[in-house]
Design a protein around this ligand. Structure first.
Ligand code: ADP
Length: 452
């Protein structure tokens, strides 16, 4: 989409407000709401000024201190960054009158791409894929839980004893999903009209839980769609008096919410993972990609599991993997090779939770896979049967603390994602670990209050 087409759509839809934003480190869509005139005056310029604190605070918007951050801190004077709209992402917001949205790349005041920006990080890895002759197609499948609450009731209830959209266990139940059609079907219809193609969705396991499968497309566009879906779902569901959560694990009594990433590499119109003459039609490119993804899984884990809460999801036998493994058509492994067709052949990475920042999750997947291709690695034989019961597989980090130390020491992460990003991410997550270390939780009070 070029400026001419943007102007045409603005006129056609009577757009008065354009939301410009970019993913922060947690994948939250942050930016501003501009008047259409302001947007059109500046949309092809150097970019719209935005305080760089969006990269220097935590998910609760507390400014990070005591860590050396190269951007977004008082040391740098909370300088401006520039949000430069990527006009190809321009879309009408169908649930809000006279509004459009656009995703931006982030530049410094000197015109350099900001290295810690998740969109820059993903672009960097995609450029590397392009140098090897590949484009990447990706999709994120998001699970989430919906509650009949709003911003205020969440807080008055202290985020507990919430009323789910629907009670009980009705996984894959057509009748239960149909009963929710006004709310959940409405969300899908709006997303379709927003340019986020939802292939289908299902009622999942337990209270208020749904999964929506976003259709695969070019990796950058797919990451944009992942972020816009999460942000948009919050807006759309609010109109029905409901609120979603994409927490990896909302309750220890219930299954976690995954954010599985499907991925394939392409050379022109051909899926590079397909080789009609090879066993299971798996090309040598796919085998090396799997080998790299497998080998780097522990060191890149913090990008799939970015929060303290993410680690609560990895429970043996729970559909979330606990070891690094690959297998063919097997949902107990962490990498599931799906080999069912010349265009559909792909890898499903089953580690990420719904709290994954899609840009960083995609970048990590591709970094691992491309590393394997560049080195010509060969994977071990595929795991068989119930992988939870297989002994001797490489374990995955069990805490954010551990994952962060692995990432900090990862030569692959530094080579593919850049030192500036890795240093920034590690510092921010160390802060998060420390925040959690000091928090006294309801679980601790219930367990120790009377007895110790
Ligand atoms: P589930 O894990 O829910 O069973 P499926 O195995 O049905 O999911 O996979 C569906 C997902 O795979 C969708 O998001 C779809 O768009 C995506 N997909 C299909 N083909 C490809 C491909 N070649 N590359 C990347 N993703 C793909």
């Amino acid at each position: 989409m070029d400026r001419h087409e943007v102007e045409r759509r603005i006129a056609e839809h009577g757009i008065e407000t354009v939301k410009i934003g970019t993913p922060d480190i947690d994948g939250v869509y942050r930016g501003k709401r501009l008047s259409t005139k302001q947007f059109l005056d500046g949309c092809e310029g150097d970019g719209f000024a935005q305080c760089d604190v969006v990269f220097g605070w935590d998910i609760a918007e507390e400014v990070i201190t005591g860590q050396k951050l190269a951007i977004g801190s008082a040391d740098t004077g909370f300088a401006d960054i520039l949000l430069r709209p990527d006009l190809a992402t321009f879309r009408i917001v169908p649930w809000e009158p006279a509004s459009a949205a656009v995703v931006c790349d982030v530049y410094s005041e000197h015109g350099e791409p900001v290295a810690v920006s998740p969109r820059t990080v993903l672009r960097r890895v995609l450029d590397r894929a392009a140098k090897l002759g590949y484009t990447a197609a990706m999709a994120v499948e998001l699970e989430f839980r919906i509650f009949r609450e709003d911003q205020e009731t969440l807080r008055t209830k202290d985020f507990s004893d919430l009323r789910p959209l629907n009670p009980g266990y009705n996984c894959y139940s057509i009748s239960h999903a149909s009963i929710d059609d006004d709310v959940v079907g409405g969300l899908r219809r709006y997303m379709d009209a927003y340019g986020i193609d939802v292939e289908g969705y299902s009622r999942e396991h337990g209270e208020g839980m749904y999964e929506m499968n976003l259709r695969y497309c070019d990796a950058l566009e797919a990451a944009d769609r992942g972020m816009l879906f999460k942000s948009g779902a919050k807006e759309v569901l609010a109109q029905s008096g409901a609120v979603p959560t994409f927490m990896a694990k909302y309750s220890d009594r219930m299954d976690g919410c995954s954010g599985h990433i499907h991925q394939s590499l392409w050379q022109g119109d051909a899926n590079a993972f397909w080789d009609g003459a090879a066993p299971h039609h798996m090309s040598s490119t796919l085998m090396s990609y799997l080998a790299g993804a497998l080998q780097t899984m522990p060191e890149l884990f913090a990008l799939y599991a970015p929060n303290v809460n993410s680690y609560k999801r990895y429970v043996s036998g729970s559909w979330a993997p606990t070891a690094a493994s690959w297998a063919i058509e097997n949902r107990t492994s962490s990498l599931r090779a799906i080999t069912n067709g010349e265009t559909a052949i792909r890898v499903e990475h089953r580690v990420p939770g719904a709290d994954v920042n899609p840009y960083l999750g995609f970048a990590a997947c591709l970094a691992g896979g491309l590393y394997g291709i560049e080195r010509g690695l060969t994977p071990p034989p595929p795991a068989q049967g119930n992988v939870y019961e297989t002994e001797g597989l490489p374990p995955l980090p069990r805490t954010l603390d551990e994952a962060i130390e692995r990432l900090d020491a990862s030569a692959v992460a530094r080579e593919f994602l850049g030192d500036a990003f890795v240093d920034h991410y590690v510092a921010m997550r160390r802060w998060e670990v420390e925040k959690h270390r000091r928090a006294v939780t309801a679980w601790e009070r219930a367990r120790y209050f009377e007895q110790v």
